[in-house]
Design a protein around this ligand. Sequence first.
Ligand code: THU
Length: 135
Amino acid sequence: MKISDELRDKMMELAYEAMERAYAPYSGYKVGACVLTKSGKLYQGCNIENAGFTPTVCAERTAIFKAVYDGEYQFDAVAVVGNGDKWGYPCGVCRQVMAEFCNSDFHIFVGDRERRITEISFGELLPNAFGPGAF
Ligand code: THU
């Protein structure tokens, strides 16, 4: 699905807003996300770290899981932004979660702390994904 520039900009804005909610006392790396459901709803998420490190959850998964809890299982796009000076592409665990709920044409907009934006599709980010279609 084509995402208009206006919708992309709104998603980026909501992702930067979500970044302010990050709980990242260990890394200091704050991440915000905003995911667009196929039904047109937007869900925000932030990273939530833990003293045990491994229970840490990324911003993308927080946003997707909030949506899934609400009964939304299909997505068209995500905006993910961080306070780093380089683009922070979704981690491997988040890519696998996306494989469960997103198609290869799912749009991923990535922004850095200077609000520079780049875009990549899920198919480019995780080719030959192992997903529900495997069964
Ligand atoms: N992080 C995300 O929120 N999303 C990603 O895709 C990459 C990593 C978070 C997890 C952790 O809180 C911090 O960034 C450093 O890894």
